[in-house]
Each structure stands twice: as C-alpha cells, then as structure tokens.
Design a protein around this ligand. Sequence first.
Ligand code: ADP
Length: 242
Amino acid sequence: MTAASLVVKDLHVEFSGFVAVDGVSFDAHLGEVRFLIGPNGAGKTTCIDAITGLSKAAGSARIGEQELLGRPVHKIVRLGVGRTFQTASVFDELSVLQNLDIAAGRHRPSVSLLRTRRGVDPAIAQALEETGLADEIATPAGILSHGQKQWLEIAMLLVQDARVLLLDEPVAGMSQDERTATGELLQRLAAKRIVLVVEHDMDFMRRFATRVTVLHQGRVLSQGSVADVQADGKVQEVYLGT
Ligand code: ADP
C-alpha cells in the first residue's frame, strides 16, 4: 500500500519541563524530498523520535488515516515508518546480503552463504538494485564505505517495505560523489515513498530539497521552497548566515 502523505500537526515534546518541540506542523508528500533543517538543538531529531514512537509527544502525526502518536514503536514500524540514525546501525561482521536477510526477518539466511545473486529474495534483489549495492552482496558491511553503509541502512528499510523514510543526516561524513549519489537515490525513492530528511548540510539541501521546514528553538521558523526559505530574513539571521 502506498501512503500519500505524512501530516504532522502541532507537535509538542517536553523533557522534564523543558519544551524541545513547541507546536511544530509540517507535511511531506509522495514525490518530494522533504527537508527538516535547523541549527543544533533546534528539535529536528526530537520530531523524528516523536513520529517513530521513541519520544512521548502531544499533537498529531498521521500517514493517511493512521495516527502514529501514542502507538508503540513496533506498531509504527508495522505501519511502514522506517528510520535511519546518524550512525549507521548495521552488523559489520555480516555481509550486505546477510544484513538484508536479517532486516527482512529471514531467520535462516542460507542463500547468503552462496555468495551469489541467484536465489536472492526478490524484495532484497530490488532493494540492492535501488541502492546501488547489487555488486556488494558478499561484502562484509564493516568494510563498506561510509556512504555504502548508509545506503545499506536504507536498503534494510526498503526490504521491510517502509512507505515513509525518515533519514537523520544521511550524508554526514560522505564524500562529494556519495552525497550526489545519495541525493539521486532519495529522488528515486520519493517516487514511491514519503521521504523526510533531517539535515545540516546546506549545499545538499539546496540541491535536492523540494520543500523545506526550518526549525529554531523547537518552533517552525520558516517553511516553503528552497528559494523561499533562503530569501527569508529570519532564516538568514539565525541559520544560513548569508
Ligand atoms: P537537533 O536534532 O535539531 O539538533 P534535538 O532534537 O536533538 O535537536 O534536541 C532539541 C533539544 O532537546 C535540545 O536542547 C536537546 O538538548 C534537548 N533534548 C533532546 N533529547 C533530550 C532528552 N532525551 N532529554 C532532555 N533533553 C533532550
């Protein structure tokens, strides 16, 4: 099933009285690469934590008719919400294919031992193709490049059939070529899935964002196209420094 949009309304998150997210609303639609940006401590990761059930939050976060807030993490995952973290969480000693087998819930990944693409689960084969990792199936994840590890994490979400991809700083530490490849990957993925990117990298945002929400001190400072937010004096003042 395809979800057409993620709609977040009036999100509030508090930690022992400290308001980290204060009435944030934004939406992300199929077909766009949506960015959430802002200086350190703005509340970006906390928003993603709330949507994925890791932080208790008030307000609303819906995919289609389904409310996510208040549900346990495993139910949110089952609704098709997938998330990556700043540090890729893959099993370094296992091959790319074995990592994907585990993500897909295959408890007896015997085909991985064949070190061949023959007989690979079609969903895994497609995820390998989409993320450009098809030639790396037998490579231990630990020796992948930084970019390839991030792509493996995305591939792991694809085999879990995630319809909403929430990506936390996916290009941090990547080479320029890897950034470009990642941006192009996100554009391809956005055709069929909702893609929301939390990012620090302004150059990457300018090149690949369709719409942007700028957070500052837990609130939405500005929202719109890349051109809109870049032209916004408030954003220039607190963040872009241009
Ligand atoms: P960003 O991702 O934009 O850098 P965060 O969402 O990580 O910002 O953090 C927003 C604010 O909430 C920061 O002031 C941070 O210190 C605070 N914060 C985040 N997580 C917690 C927590 N578990 N307990 C207390 N404060 C937190």
